[in-house]
Design a binder for this molecule. Structure first.
Ligand code: CUA
Length: 158
């Protein structure tokens, strides 16, 4: 079969793109170990919040990690635990959060914090607080009649 040059080029290009896409999928799945969210099985939300680290909410100093503190939070209808926390200025904080019941969404005005908490999954986010002041951590996803009561305060202090 005779193929002209543009056709050969297009076929070669198509096969190359296909090969690159398949390589990325294989490397992600087997080397990096990432899974599509749809592949992850939710755990029992009640069991998650009873075990570590959720059995000790609040801010804890950690060492040997690339962040300075861990802020463990549990969201439930209609409560954010802890209700208030003090964080040292400039500290790199890993927020580890989970929901006990329904979907909640932790967000703090003036920061990049926006964590959708789906029951059965643990959510983590690393951030640094560079400005002193008070940040309101709210639930920004309607979760029921007490939704507006879900408030926690982060105080960034020297
Ligand atoms: Cu929790 Cu809205």
């Amino acid at each position: 079969m005779h193929m002209n040059k543009p056709l050969k080029f297009m076929m070669g290009f198509g096969i190359s793109v296909l090969f690159i896409i398949l390589s990325v999928i294989v490397i992600r799945a087997f080397y990096i170990g990432s899974q599509q969210p749809i592949c992850l099985e939710p755990d029992n939300p009640e069991r998650i919040v009873q075990g570590a680290p959720f059995n000790r909410t609040g801010l804890q100093k950690v060492s040997g990690k690339s962040w300075d503190y861990e802020l463990v939070m549990v969201a439930s209808a209609f409560n954010l635990d802890p209700a208030a926390v003090q964080i040292p200025l400039g500290a790199k904080v890993k927020i580890i959060a989970a929901s006990k019941d329904v979907i909640h969404d932790l967000s703090a005005t003036g920061t990049n914090i926006d964590m959708m908490l789906v029951p059965g999954f643990v959510k983590e986010y690393i951030t640094t607080f560079q400005k002193m002041g008070e940040y309101r951590l709210l639930c920004s996803s309607y979760c029921g009649s007490g939704h507006k009561l879900m408030i926690s305060t982060i105080r960034v202090v020297k």
